[in-house]
Design a protein around this ligand. Sequence first.
Ligand code: DQA
Length: 147
Amino acid sequence: AKLLVLNGPNLNLLGTREPSLYGNDTLASIDSRLAEIARDGGHELTSFQSNAEHELVERVHRALDERVEFIIINPAAFTHTSVALRDALSGAAIPFIEVHLSNVHAREAFRRHSYFSDIAHGVISGLGAVGYELALKAALCRISEQA
Ligand code: DQA
């Protein structure tokens, strides 16, 4: 199956950005680990990061044309702001898991609200980079159940 990993604004700075909150792994190292796990299972995983809301929206539209079966997304700050990205995901009707490196419930009050959680297959928050791997594991389980 085809899977897509989407990362929102400022996640290109992972590894150097507030490591106490977001860990020491770079996004490139997370992405290559995820691609390898997917490949080992006979799947195809691509990753995309953008700081621009419209680019993420357009990437979701392309995913529909590419017949992507599952999305893992860390919308980053757009989690708390973006009706447009939410609408893109619900319009595409591609199941997705929402991932956050930090525990958004243990931080500022404005991070507790997500525009994605109520339409997500599941949500992982606070487990650091391993959260993406757990999301991938859950996505692959779901895909194999449906095959
Ligand atoms: C984040 C949490 C968001 O509140 C924040 O804006 C981010 C990263 C996380 O992975 O913990 O940029 O999504």
